[in-house]
Design a protein around this ligand. Structure first.
Ligand code: GLN
Length: 506
């Protein structure tokens, strides 16, 4: 029974809980068993919080039995990316520098999960401090793609995507600074949404680049993303960039399954050269389906998008170099005290030297350089100007169309180790996702079909700020059209994972 139900959507699991067909404790145990069986291989979790999860599940079951009014997702378990702080549950951002840190507070979005009583299964693997596109920059080993364990799961949120894709969790939280929710979703055959900047509180996210970071849902269906998004969104006085409400219903939009009259803009700069042929083929077929269903496809140009990647890799490291200054060996986690000279400065130097990985150091160097006197205008200043131009491209495009579309990532999952020696090649994986972060607009990625080597590809839709509901409308409709053609969800085509794990999950 639980073996079957853990493969259902979160909405279906919630319905089974409401109907009394399964208890939250059984559902939670079913997922914990699945994690124990497959995660030794996949390494999607950095920490499994069984006791915490089961305690919540018990509470939900008791409350339900007492007839209490519960949130629609109450009792459905969830995994949380390890860059989000969780009271009493270790949080490392996949860095050695935070090893052993147990936060004394919850992020706002975690408070919301707890208030709605979603059992928290654990913390998911990621690139250290969310810097990367493959989860290979984790200090605790890479996560493996459930479609092919010799391939990357995308990044930085590879752990959340694989946890959901491999049925270890029906729901997960990711964060997206330049694509870390959408790109892993694309290469694992899952659904991921980067909300409008400011619509989900950043309080309690370990900041990488504060003007770009946004947390959002990672799920197996568009409707599940809508449900989770509605739960975690909302104004938060503790986040100075938090938006007030005023969003249309995401779940209604996801359930509408109608795109009649919807104008979809195809971004010329993001579909040609550099994108794998089969990724493009699946993208074009998806557009055809939408057109047949009544949408209008309009090709247009966003000329400044070609500078977005360059601007991002100045702005992001600049903000990160400042945000990461607080990891000094004094306040959190690791502290390395050199014997010969235990001065404060020597402790900071040794702690940061040993605590940070190569990519994090590379970006701190880049950011510090870009912000230094004499270079600030040439680098950081120019990048900010490009950011404005990208925003103007979006504004002009959204005068002509309701949503924009592109493949989410240029290729399917590449091999583990294939790009680790070439950071620039790695950065190119985010070419299609980064413009949305620079402009603060929302984006969704959902599976478009199988491409090169029989691996999943993703299609991305972008909408104007605060119009996240449009993503759910077009995503929900396309998902239904494609699943009709495939005869079910794409994930059902992934190879069965053997329970080859001897030890249990960490
Ligand atoms: N891959 C991008 C980077 O390395 C984006 C990461 C993210 O969105 N957190 O910065």
């Amino acid at each position: 029974m639980t073996a079957e139900i853990i493969r259902a959507s979160a909405a279906a699991q919630a319905a089974a809980l409401r109907a009394g067909e399964v208890s939250s404790q059984d559902l939670t145990r079913g997922h914990l068993d699945r994690i124990a069986a497959v995660d030794g291989d996949l390494n999607a979790f950095l920490h499994v919080s069984s006791e915490d999860a089961l305690a919540t599940a018990r509470e939900v079951d008791t409350a339900r039995a007492a007839g209490e009014e519960l949130h629609p997702l109450a009792g459905v378990p969830i995994a949380v990316k390890d860059v989000v702080v969780t009271q009493g549950i270790p949080t490392t951002a996949a860095s050695k520098i935070l090893e052993g840190w147990i936060p004394p507070y919850d992020a706002t979005l975690v408070e919301k999960l707890r208030a709605a009583r979603l059992p928290i299964l654990g913390k998911t693997n990621m690139d250290e401090f969310a810097m990367g596109s493959s989860t290979e920059n984790s200090a605790y080993g890479p996560t493996r793609n459930q479609w092919d364990r010799e391939r990357i799961p995308g990044g930085s949120g590879g752990g959340s995507a694989v946890a959901v894709g491999a049925y270890e969790a029906p729901l997960a939280i990711g964060t997206d600074t330049g694509g870390s929710i959408r790109q892993p979703a694309s290469v694992t055959g899952t659904v991921g949404v980067k909300p409008t900047y400011g619509s989900v509180s950043r309080y309690g996210l370990i900041a990488m680049a504060s003007s770009l970071d946004q947390a959002g849902p990672v799920t197996r269906t568009v409707e599940d993303s809508a449900l989770l998004h509605e739960l975690i969104a909302g104004h938060d006085p503790r986040d100075s960039t938090s938006l007030d409400g005023g969003f249309a219903s995401f779940t209604e939009a996801a359930r509408r399954k109608d795109v009649t009259g919807l104008r979809i803009g195809v971004i010329e700069e993001l579909e040609g050269e550099g994108f794998d042929p089969l990724v493009r083929a699946r993208f074009e077929e998806s557009l055809e389906k939408l057109e047949q269903a009544g949408a209008e496809i309009i090709r247009l140009s966003c000329p400044n998008f070609r500078y977005a990647l360059g601007a991002y890799y100045l702005i992001m490291p600049s903000e990160a170099s400042s945000n990461l200054a607080k990891f000094d060996g004094m306040r959190f986690g690791l502290r390395v005290v050199p014997e010969e000279s235990p001065t404060a400065e020597a402790v900071m130097k040794a702690t940061r030297g040993q605590g940070f990985g190569d990519e994090v150091k590379r970006r701190i160097l880049l950011g510090t350089y870009a912000l230094s006197a004499g270079y600030y205008d040439a680098y950081y200043g120019s990048a900010q100007k490009v950011r404005t131009l990208v925003q103007r491209d979006f504004a002009a495009a959204f005068e002509k169309v309701d949503v924009l579309a592109s493949p989410t990532a240029p290729s399917v999952a590449f091999g583990l180790g294939e790009k680790t020696s070439d950071p620039l090649a790695m950065y190119l994986g985010d070419i299609a996702t980064i413009p949305a972060n620079l402009a603060g607009v929302p984006g969704i990625s959902l599976p478009s079909g199988l491409a090169e080597d029989g691996l999943p590809a993703g299609i991305q839709f972008l909408a104007p700020a605060r119009a996240d509901d449009r993503l759910y409308r077009v995503g929900g409709a396309l998902e239904a059209l494609l699943e009709d053609a495939w005869g079910g969800p794409l994930l059902a085509k992934a190879p069965e994972l053997s329970a080859s794990n001897e030890g249990s999950a960490r």
